[in-house]
Design a protein around this ligand. Structure first.
Ligand code: NAD
Length: 321
């Protein structure tokens, strides 16, 4: 079996695949392949499997470039970078890496919330700029999370873990919206279900978004919905950039429609919406919510195992189509 990995990931994946007797080629240039480079790389050999990243657009032209590939094992839990319908039509298996990064992304989400509520990044910049002249009783007043309400949009694995940390660790109340009700959310965290996103937006002090990127979730947070949030509320997005209308968010932040935003993902990565980086009420990180060693290693193990299981005649544990 010949396998192509589109960028260097933790070596455990390659080791597992080599141990299984496969020939493994890796793009070791430490750069995201352009679509043209990806097509060229994949057409060099009759690869049987591809291990792509979320930065690769896997569509009909990719499937055409490597017609021998029967499985694409995405190195991510989200798989909005793959034309799943086209893959299904062609009988190509798609897998992802759920669970491996739940803790990492949830902890990063809480980190963004605390950075805003305690004004950590803002005050760090102030200090580093040499502006600190001594303890200020009214300087950088933040908010306590205890007793406030977190609103979770998308009550899946990551949404649950975020809510659990904030409920059990910080004493926050939890409200949530999802396309389906979630029993553990309600029974274990005492969460209240809202049957519309608006229901959450109106009452939450912190709104945190954990839905997959789908046609139905693109711009789930738009200009109109931002106006429904409390002026004191924070919006956090560690899901996928296009779930939030980023230009509308910049306008809302500039006009203090909401108090602040914490973002790990952006609508047109790696570009940022004009004005976003200049705002002091924003904390932004470069899509690193899953960037812990444990999470990235585990993702590599899952992706490689999905390929090994597939060629071993088993249904891969993380088959999405
Ligand atoms: P999950 O499948 O466990 O949870 C997603 C939840 O969203 C589900 O409960 C689902 O019912 C709900 N949902 C789907 N469509 C909805 C809609 N229209 N409205 C409301 N809810 C809807 O997934 P997860 O493991 O929690 O991951 C969530 C997302 O986080 C992934 O799809 C991925 O895009 C993103 N993610 C980002 C990073 C990062 O590095 N920033 C890392 C991992 C995952």
């Amino acid at each position: 079996m010949k396998i192509y990995i589109t960028q260097t990931i933790p070596s455990i994946a390659e080791e597992m695949l080599v141990k299984a007797g496969y020939e493994v080629d890796v793009n070791r240039e430490n750069k995201i392949l352009s679509q043209e480079e990806l097509l060229t790389a994949l057409s060099k050999k009759p690869y049987d499997a591809v291990l792509p990243l979320l930065t690769n657009q896997i569509n009909a032209s990719v499937f055409d470039a490597v017609p021998t590939a029967k499985i694409f094992a995405n190195y991510a839990v989200g798989y909005n970078n793959i034309d799943v319908a086209e893959a299904t039509k062609r009988g190509i298996t798609i897998t992802n890496t759920p669970g491996a990064l739940t803790d990492s992304v949830a902890e990063h989400t809480v980190g963004l919330i605390l950075s805003l509520s305690l004004r950590i990044v803002e005050s760090d910049s102030y200090l580093c700029a040499g502006k600190y002249k001594g303890w200020e009783p009214l300087g950088f007043l933040g908010i306590d999370l205890k007793g406030k309400t977190v609103g979770v949009l998308g009550a899946g694995r990551i949404g649950y873990r975020v809510a659990e940390i904030l409920k059990k660790g910080f004493g926050m109340n939890v409200v949530y919206y999802d396309v389906k009700k979630n029993d553990p959310f309600e029974k274990e965290l005492g969460a209240t279900f809202c049957d519309t996103p608006e229901g959450v937006l109106k009452i939450a002090d912190v709104v945190t978004v954990h839905v997959p990127l789908l046609d139905s979730t693109k711009h789930l947070i738009n200009a109109q919905r931002l106006t429904m949030m409390k002026p004191s509320a924070y919006l956090i997005n560690t899901s996928r950039g296009p779930v939030v209308d980023e230009a509308a968010l910049v306008t809302a932040l500039q006009n203090h429609i909401i108090a602040g935003a914490g973002l790990d993902v952006f609508e047109n990565e790696p570009q940022l919406a004009p004005g976003l980086a200049q705002l002091s009420n924003v904390v932004i990180t470069p899509h690193i919510a899953s960037a812990t060693k444990v999470a990235r290693d585990e993702m590599a193990v899952l992706a490689a195992q999905n390929i090994i299981d597939f060629f071993g005649g088993k249904v891969p544990a993380n088959k999405v189509s």
